[in-house]
Design a protein around this ligand. Structure first.
Ligand code: AN7
Length: 354
């Protein structure tokens, strides 16, 4: 039996910026499920696959880049790893830093991070700095700190290692499907993941491991859609807090992925995002956080607009785990039947014959 030991040791070392001397700081990230969605396939007349990145060790795709960034930081002898985050990057940085014996400091916009993500950073032992401002303010501060202090900046902007790690999602998809899909859908916040995923497809095609690369379809929340408008958004707003970003750091990379792939970056409303969030849980049994559902919302929106030819093979990145955002999951309340502890009462409540 072969066991999976994470991206560096089991999977994709030869494609990653590590040397034989780089320690593998890993939580066995990667190798996430690729599930066919019968429901979305039927709805669109296409073959739709879900890449379930919430199955990563800290519950998001960020672990792919963080294993590389923290492994290299450990090799370089760094003591303090710093990142700005809407939540998932901070959880991931905190976990990998803990594993490497480093200290993580995470800069988050106060009051705007899903509580479970904050809880992760706290439990992994990170120093949490809550900044009075947006994510974009946090990132500016993180970059300025890195300019003046001996820290390892583990945001993808200061750290190409993160994007190199995140490319592995494309390698896994091609390895599983035998070739690249026609279209790859995903949420876009800072623009790092669309850039990295596209980059991964390009590497595989250039190396002759796939015959083509997909069109990249990225989706931003309508209230935080700077790449769609072509200008930063000063006060980004969406209930999908992971992608509440007004000034994407990897702006050019995201547009490059869009244009070179013949793809698009479009906006979806919060209503569309939450509809997709509920749909994929109810119909596919996959619980993804709201931001993650933007890729599904966008696909369905493009389909409704007549922009989706039938018969396409499509992969959608579900970037984070639904457990991370309880405000979202219990939003609008829920229905439950209250009964006594008598079996007959429970049977009655369930409509089972006496
Ligand atoms: C679930 O954690 O930016 O376009 O600081 O958590 O590469 O930014 C998170 C982003 C999509 C957007 N889905 O990816 C952070 C952070 C989820 C996310 C994105 C994020 P990028």
């Amino acid at each position: 039996m072969s066991t999976w030991n994470g991206l560096i040791d089991s999977g994709y070392r030869r494609w990653l910026p590590v040397t034989p001397g780089t320690p593998s700081v890993s939580l066995n990230e990667g190798n996430t499920p690729l599930l066919r969605s019968a429901h979305l396939s039927a709805l669109t007349g296409c073959e739709v696959w879900l890449k379930v990145e919430g199955a990563n060790p800290t519950g998001s795709f960020k672990d792919r880049g963080m294993t590389v960034a923290i492994s290299r930081a450990a090799q370089a002898g760094a003591e303090l790893a710093v990142c700005a985050s809407t939540g998932n990057t901070s959880a991931s940085a905190a976990a990998y830093a803990a594993r490497a014996g480093l200290t993580a400091a995470v800069l988050v916009p106060r009051g705007r991070v899903a509580l479970a993500k904050l809880g992760q950073a706290v439990r992994y032992g990170a120093r949490v700095v809550e900044i009075d401002g947006t994510f974009d303010d946090c990132l500016r501060v993180a970059r300025e700190l890195a300019d003046h202090h001996p820290i390892a900046l583990v945001n993808s902007v200061g750290n190409e290692l993160r994007l190199a790690g995140q490319r592995t999602v494309a390698y896994e998809i091609v390895d599983a499907l035998g070739d690249a899909p026609d279209i790859h859908c995903l949420p876009v916040g800072n623009g790092g993941n669309i850039t990295a995923t596209w980059g991964g497809y390009r590497v595989y095609q250039q190396e002759g491991l796939s015959t083509r690369s997909p069109r990249m379809w990225g989706f931003q929340a309508a209230g935080a859609a700077p790449l769609v408008h072509g200008a930063p958004v000063a006060e980004p707003e969406t209930a999908a807090s992971a992608i509440r970003i007004g000034s994407p750091a990897t702006w050019d990379g995201a547009l490059d992925a869009r244009d070179r792939s013949g793809g698009l970056i479009a906006a979806v409303t919060d209503a569309q995002i939450f509809e997709a969030y509920e749909l994929v849980a109810r119909r596919d049994g996959v619980f993804a956080e709201p931001a993650s559902a933007a890729g599904i919302a966008g696909l369905l929106d493009q389909h409704a607009r007549g922009n989706l030819p039938p018969g396409q093979r499509i992969v959608i990145t579900l970037s984070g785990n639904g457990l991370k955002d309880q405000d979202a999951s219990l939003r609008g309340g829920y229905t439950a039947t209250e009964t006594s502890a008598a079996t007959s009462d429970v049977a009655h409540a369930l409509g089972l014959a006496a």
